[in-house]
Ligand binder design. Structure first.
Ligand code: GN1
Ligand code: MG
Length: 353
């Protein structure tokens, strides 16, 4: 969209100053994100919320409003959303598209990769984030129902395979990937079983702890956790596993050089140490002992999700070229196998803490 078309949208929000420049920001796969520069004290982030994926925007912003207020009450830094002038809500809609505006955090950096030192800080920060939300008085809902439910994701893959909407099941590689993934399905659905047996709690989690969803200052201190769309009740495995899926992979999640994919133990150890230090106030023994499982589950789940999207004809994730979802799938399958081979080392490390 052009600058001129965006201005009337931004005008619905109670921002300070006049808009001087608008440009794309970040590389999310779901929402459209723009940086809005002004001549006032703050710059802003304008996002078009993908309401095909987040179908209940009212609930989405309710979760975010409650969580950011709770975190702010505890004196920690978090995102600030700007109310809509007409409704006071933190989003505006023309009845079709949904938009929101937050204050752009100054002098902050996000990274696509981290060293062990930063990984340790990230572990501490995500553990603290969950600890801060452990006593939130409000009831939060699932913005995408069963978002990290492996049983659902496995079912969606089977449905995609059966429908074979664009004929991709004819590709030999697609059949081979399916044959590689299926034998692990039952093992990977362990969290849902533990939950049904009453052995595993759901807590308020971030559920998109990709390494680039964390803001650092110039010295490497964590300023705050961003991208709160998927903040919802889930298993702690979500936050632990998804961070490592992105940070412990030796390459990016869509790097075609799968021979370079490797689950890096130094990143795992640093993150696990930081995470357990701050999460120990609420973590149960079952949660703790299954953290190595979480490290395998998330590459597995992401492989299943990218793969189902490829088979469905790329209807969910933004792609930059036709085989993008297949390349992502290969990468995540390789990461899953790498992580799985390191489970004994992971267990030994966690027990040593
Ligand atoms: C999506 O849009 P982004 O990059 O924050 C996805 C995550 C995936 C990720 C894979 C709502 O997140 O679950 O892990 O892509 N978010 C949603 O890169 O599906
Ligand atoms: Mg994101």
């Amino acid at each position: 969209m052009q600058h001129e078309e965006l201005l009337p949208i931004i005008a619905n929000f109670a921002i300070k100053g006049n808009v001087t420049e608008i440009k794309p920001l970040g590389n999310g796969l779901i929402n459209d994100t723009l940086l809005v520069k002004t001549d006032g004290p703050d710059n802003y982030v304008l996002q078009r919320i993908n309401n095909a994926i987040f179908k209940d925007v009212e609930l989405l912003q309710h979760n975010i409003d409650c969580a950011t207020a709770h975190i702010r009450r505890k004196g920690a830094m978090t995102l600030t959303f700007i109310p809509c002038k007409a409704t006071g809500k933190t989003y505006w809609t023309d009845g079709e598209k949904y938009w929101r505006v937050s204050v752009f955090i100054k002098d902050a950096f996000t990274y696509e990769t981290v060293n062990p030192e930063y990984s340790y800080y990230a572990g501490k920060a995500f553990g603290e984030f969950e600890a801060m939300l452990a006593d939130i008085p409000d009831k939060l809902g699932e913005t995408i129902p069963d978002f990290h439910n492996m049983e659902l994701r496995a079912r969606q893959l089977r449905e995609a395979v059966e429908a074979d909407a664009v004929g991709r099941m004819a590709e030999p590689e697609v059949k081979a990937i399916l044959a590689d993934l299926l034998p692990y399905e039952e093992e990977m659905c362990k969290a849902e079983r533990l939950y049904r047996e009453g052995k595993l709690p759901k807590r308020i989690c971030h559920c998109d702890t990709k390494v680039n969803n964390m803001m650092f200052d110039a010295k490497g201190n964590i300023l705050c956790v961003i991208d709160l769309d998927t903040l919802m009740p889930s298993f702690v495995f979500s936050d632990f596993g998804d961070f490592l899926r992105t940070a412990a992979n030796a390459v990016a999640e869509d790097d075609p050089a799968i021979d370079k994919v490797d689950f890096k133990m130094d990143i795992f150890e640093a993150f696990a140490k930081g995470y357990i230090e701050s999460a120990k106030v609420f973590l149960t023994p079952i949660e703790k002992e299954n953290l190595p499982y979480a490290a395998c589950l998330f590459p597995y789940m992401q492989a299943v999700r990218f793969f189902a999207d490829y088979i469905n004809g790329d209807t969910y994730y933004k792609i930059k070229y036709p085989e993008h979802n297949l390349v992502r799938t290969r990468n995540q399958v390789a990461l899953f196998h790498s992580a799985l081979s390191k489970v004994p080392q992971m267990k030994a490390y966690i027990e040593s803490l």
